[in-house]
Design a protein. Sequence first.
Length: 107
Amino acid sequence: MTLGPMKKHCCDEMQSQVEFVCSVHESAEDCPDALVCYSEKFREYGLFIHDGGTSSKTIGFCPWCGTKLPESLRSRWFAELVALGIEDPWAQEIPEPFRTGAWYREP
């Protein structure tokens, strides 16, 4: 028996939104059909603000199924990097696990 792909998000619609790829726009931020963004490294969901920039508004519940989404780990991400001596992760090299969600999944 073959199992389908493992669902990583709360419902099929959220899964579809997070995986959405536009055939016209290079970036999801530029596509008016892209509604949801997901940052694996912060474990954070948001709604795109289509104002010409890259802004989004963090959300706590799924707009389709109502499931409470996981708490963002953004603050913890920065705190753990500071503990490693990295004060500015945008200007300094960060360890590979911190580029994805591996940093909070690894023991």
